[in-house]
Design a protein around this ligand. Structure first.
Ligand SMILES: [Mn+2]
Length: 396
C-alpha cells in the first residue's frame, strides 16, 4: 500500500507539470491524472491523497481517462486509444457482441491495480505511453451498410491524428526513426473492442488509408476468409458482408498483403478442403489449434514471425481462439482451443513486431460466467498487446 501511495503522490505532483495545452478538465473530478500513472486519485478534505477503488466510478478500459475523441476532444493526442465498436448484426449464430466493449471494460478494471508493470515483458505500458479510452463509435443496429461506414469513419478519425509521444531513436544505431505510415507522420495505435468480426473490414479500410496494404496476424478458431456464396449464401449485397466473409472482401479490395498474413488457433469444420484452397488465394498461412501439441508455443511464435517479418502488422484476436473452458462468452464457440495462458504467451512472443493497431472481437458477455472469465481474458490479452506495443516503436 505504501508503494501505491508513493506512486499516487508522484503522479499528483507531476500532474501540474504534465497538464498540457488542450487538456480539458471540466468533466474530470478530483485530481485526475492524465499521464503518466493515469490512476484516478483525489485529495481528501484532510489533505491526504487516496487512490480511487478499482471497483468504483465510471468504467473505462483499465480505468484510463475517458477522452471524447469523437466529440469535444477532437484534438486530444495519445499513443494508444481504446475504442468500442458495438456491432453484432453480422453474426451467424449467437448474437450479443454489441455488449463486448462494455463487458471488456468491466473485465479490465483490475489491470493496473498494482501499477501495471508486466513482469515477463519487463515494461509498464501505462507509464510508457499515453493511453486513453475514447468510448464507443456510434453504430446503428438497423443498417449494416451504414454501420460499417460509421466504424470506418470513427476509426479513421483517431488513426489520422499524430501520436502524443515522439518516435525516438533506433536502439541500435541511435539514428532517428522514420514512421511506417505513407504520409511520413507518426500516428497513434487504436485498439478496437468488438463487436462481431465483421468490423475488421471497415477497420482494415481505415488502416489502409494510413499504412497501405498490411500483413494480418489473426487468432481465431474460424478462417473468416469464406466466399459469400459459401458462408451465408449471399442472398443480398448487405448479407454478403458478415463475420465469416470480411477477409475475403478485404483481399478483393487489396487491403491485405498477400502471402504475409497468418491465422492461429484454427479448428473449424469446413465445407470441404476447397475452403483451405480459397484461404490460400486470399493470402493466409495457417496454424491449427492442435499444432500446439506438435510445434509447441515456440514453434508457433516462430512461424508467425517468419510469415510477417518486418512488415507493418494488423493484429485481430477473436476471443473464440481461446477454448470455451476459459472463454465461453462468445458467438460461435469451438472446443479444442488454446488456454488463456497459451494465447497470452504467444502474444508476448510477438514482441518486436510492428503492430500498428489491434482488436479483440466476438466477446458476447451474455454467455459469460458470473466470474467474468471471458471479459477478463479479453482484457488480459490486450494487456499483453499494449505491452508489446510499448516496447516497439512504429519506426524503421
Ligand atoms: Mn472470427
Amino acid at each position: 500500500m505504501k508503494l501505491l501511495l508513493a506512486l499516487v503522490s508522484a503522479a499528483i505532483s507531476s500532474h501540474v507539470a504534465l497538464a498540457h495545452e488542450g487538456a480539458s478538465h471540466d468533466q474530470v473530478p478530483f485530481d485526475y491524472n492524465l499521464f503518466p500513472y493515469q490512476m484516478p486519485a483525489y485529495r481528501a478534505a484532510n489533505g491526504e491523497v487516496t487512490a480511487d477503488s478499482v471497483f468504483s466510478g465510471i468504467t473505462t478500459f483499465a480505468r484510463l481517462p475517458w477522452v471524447q475523441c469523437l466529440g469535444k476532444d477532437a484534438h486530444e493526442k495519445f499513443d494508444i486509444a481504446f475504442l468500442g465498436a458495438p456491432f453484432d448484426t453480422g453474426t451467424s449464430y449467437r448474437p450479443g457482441a454489441r455488449f463486448g466493449p462494455s463487458g471488456i471494460r468491466a473485465g479490465s478494471r483490475r489491470l493496473n491495480l498494482y501499477g501495471g508493470y508486466n513482469v515477463p515483458m519487463e515494461v509498464n505500458p501505462f507509464t510508457s505511453l499515453r493511453m486513453v479510452d475514447c468510448g464507443d463509435i456510434p453504430v446503428t443496429p438497423y443498417d449494416n451498410s451504414y454501420a460499417i461506414k460509421q466504424i470506418e469513419e470513427g476509426h479513421k478519425a483517431l488513426l489520422k491524428r499524430e501520436a502524443f509521444s515522439p518516435l525516438g531513436n533506433d536502439s541500435v544505431t541511435g539514428m532517428a526513426l522514420e514512421p511506417l505510415s505513407r504520409d511520413g507522420k507518426s500516428h497513434p495505435r487504436v485498439i478496437t473492442l468488438g463487436g462481431d468480426h465483421t468490423i475488421v473490414l471497415p477497420l482494415l479500410r481505415s488502416i489502409n488509408s494510413v499504412y497501405g496494404a498490411i500483413s494480418v496476424v489473426h487468432f481465431d478458431s474460424h478462417l473468416d476468409t469464406w466466399k459469400p456464396q459459401v458462408f451465408g449464401g449471399a442472398p443480398s449485397e448487405v448479407a454478403a458482408i458478415n463475420h465469416g466473409t470480411y477477409f475475403w472482401h478485404a483481399a478483393q479490395e487489396g487491403l491485405i498483403k498477400n502471402g504475409t498474413s497468418i491465422h492461429g488457433a484454427i479448428r473449424t469444420t469446413l465445407s470441404g478442403l476447397e475452403d483451405y484452397e480459397n484461404d490460400d488465394t486470399v493470402g493466409f498461412h495457417r496454424i491449427e489449434a492442435r499444432e500446439i501439441d506438435t510445434l509447441g508455443i515456440d514453434g508457433i511464435v516462430k512461424k508467425i514471425r517468419d510469415t510477417v517479418g518486418d512488415n507493418p502488422v494488423y493484429l485481430s484476436i477473436d476471443i473464440d481462439s481461446i477454448d470455451p473452458a476459459f472463454a465461453p462468452g462468445t458467438g460461435t464457440p469451438e472446443t479444442g482451443g488454446w488456454s488463456t495462458r497459451e494465447l497470452r504467451t504467444i502474444i508476448r512472443g510477438l514482441d518486436g513486431l510492428k503492430i500498428v493497431s489491434a482488436d479483440v472481437v466476438e466477446v458476447a458477455p451474455a454467455y459469460d460466467t458470473n466470474a467474468e472469465l471471458t471479459t477478463m481474458a479479453a482484457a488480459d490479452v490486450l494487456y499483453e498487446v499494449v505491452s508489446a506495443m510499448a516496447k516497439t516503436p512504429l519506426g524503421k
